[in-house]
Design a binder for this molecule. Structure first.
Ligand code: BG6
Ligand code: MG
Length: 217
């Protein structure tokens, strides 16, 4: 029986994945590093410095720590400008319904995002109150695909991992959920999220009651 559901944020609840993409693309192309949607898939769910490293490696670049920090700040400034005007209207279709269904079913609701901007985004969307616990980059030492972020969320919610459903749009995120011993709902492309127990195109297509009934072990 499931007693908690733990959501990723970017690309699941709101389309900030698009804004991360735009900000990284601008930075990468400014450095002469080619950047497209396929390469961007590798960055989804990866933290800021990890993503920057992947871009630099792709371009065969190896700047010093100070320059890396400057580049990461530049991307984050661009990203924050893109998200500054977000409102509740920027929730992805079905996101609010999924949060309300989870609360209505009496589940604990957690957030597992490696984004240092997660708290700000929840505030902008006006949905902070839906979450019993938020785990972001400040609370973990290892990023996805390591299970630490989902295990920390389960622990803080006071729920055993096997009683949790995790929801993710990134391949590394689905890997993290499965390594944590949880059931994984993938949001997006089933070929990319092949390890998930179930894949839906968006949360609009997610039926929580059916998942609670069909996926329990
Ligand atoms: C993840 C996104 O949620 O957060 C990544 O999928 C992003 O694309 C990462 O790089 C870190 O976000 P931030 O806001 O701390 O730069
Ligand atoms: Mg995501």
């Amino acid at each position: 029986m499931f007693t908690a559901i733990i959501f990723d944020l970017d690309g699941v609840i709101t389309d900030t994945a698009r804004y991360h993409y735009l900000a990284w693309k601008r930075l990468a192309e400014g450095l002469g590093v080619p950047f497209d949607e396929a390469f961007n898939e590798q960055l989804k769910g990866v933290d800021r410095m990890g993503s920057l490293d992947l871009i630099l490696r792709r371009g065969g670049l190896d700047p010093d720590a100070a320059e890396r920090a400057r580049l990461a700040d530049q991307k984050n400034d661009d990203y924050r400008q893109l998200v500054a005007t977000m409102t509740r209207a920027d929730l992805l279709p079905g996101a609010l319904r999924a949060l309300e269904a989870a609360r209505g079913a009496g589940l604990k609701v957690g957030l597992a995002s490696v984004s240092k901007n997660a708290g700000t985004i929840l505030e902008r969307l006006g949905i902070t109150g839906y979450f019993d616990y938020v785990v972001d980059a400040n609370l973990i030492t290892r990023g996805k695909p390591d299970p630490e972020i989902f295990l920390t969320a389960a622990e803080r919610l006071g729920v055993a991992p096997k009683a949790c459903i995790g929801v993710e749009d990134a391949a590394v995120g689905v890997q993290a959920i499965k390594s944590a011993g949880m059931v994984a709902i993938g949001v997006g492309d089933p070929t990319i999220l092949a390890l998930a127990d179930r894949v839906v195109p968006t949360l609009f297509d997610f039926d929580l009651a059916a998942a609670l009934r069909d996926l329990a072990v």
